[in-house]
Design a protein around this ligand. Structure first.
Ligand code: SAH
Length: 223
């Protein structure tokens, strides 16, 4: 998979992709991440990419030209399955969307700033708009990192234990059961006996019951 991210703040996105699972995924060649500094596509010598809002009011708006120039260049090099704009009013990211995006080959993610982008970009160039929650961030970079992380960990060969993503919360419409590790007894706080029993069938049954119980209590809308 290839992900192209268009941003005015590439520095903000460097670290999330340089560690742990996301780094390993790139080293293994499972995913390629390309950051495109939007200012490189500015059409003026001051390298600006925003301008005042028509109709007045506070806040700058990101201009069409640099964004269109960058997207056109990328599109001339390969075909994209989706051109995504991170936006608080987009469809809300969930595991289903991440699963679906993880099956795509090439995607572009556009990060907004200021008041957001000129509406005509959304009308004519963007194929999908994604929000990471009902709150407003100052820019789309952290949201893009969240989307990328949730997609990349699903790509085959990224997680060490191939099946482990299958048991994550939401993957089967339920949230994950509680997990424990050593010591089995910490000052009287004990690990449930069944997990120490070695009886796989009983353990699976217990985990399933716990998942169901937690989902009912915490996320009944998933059931
Ligand atoms: N004025 C806009 C918010 C702009 S916030 C509004 O009220 O809708 C600046 C940028 O941050 C947006 O263009 C978007 O790319 C990003 N952003 C902010 N909140 C976000 C969220 N919840 N999910 C995804 N992207 C978000």
């Amino acid at each position: 998979m290839r992900i192209d991210i268009i941003t005015v703040l590439p520095e903000l996105l460097e670290s999330p992709f340089q560690h742990s699972i996301l780094k390993r995924a790139q080293n293994k060649g499972v995913v390629e991440i390309h950051l495109h500094p939007l200012r490189d596509y500015s059409t003026n010598k001051h390298r600006t990419v925003d301008d005042y809002s028509y109709g007045g009011g506070a806040g700058m708006v990101m201009c069409i030209e640099p964004i269109a120039k960058c997207i056109d260049k990328l599109k001339s090099e390969r075909t994209y399955d989706e051109i995504i704009y991170m936006s608080p009013d987009g469809e809300m990211l969930d595991q289903k969307i991440s699963n679906q995006l993880s099956t795509l080959k090439n995607i572009i993610i556009l990060c907004g700033h200021y008041k957001g982008v000129d509406e005509r970009i959304r009308e004519h160039l963007i194929t999908r708009e994604i929000s990471i929650g009902n709150y407003v961030l100052s820019g789309g970079e952290l949201a893009a990192a969240v989307v990328c992380d949730s997609i990349i960990r699903l790509l085959p060969g990224v997680l060490n234990d191939e099946t482990s993503a299958l048991f994550d919360s939401f993957q089967d419409g339920m949230i994950a059961p509680p997990a424990y590790t050593r010591p089995a007894d910490f000052n009287g706080w004990k690990v449930p006996d069944v997990l120490l029993s070695g009886n796989e069938k009983e353990i699976d049954k217990w985990r399933h019951e716990q998942s169901l119980e937690r989902t009912k209590q915490r996320r009944p809308e998933l059931l």
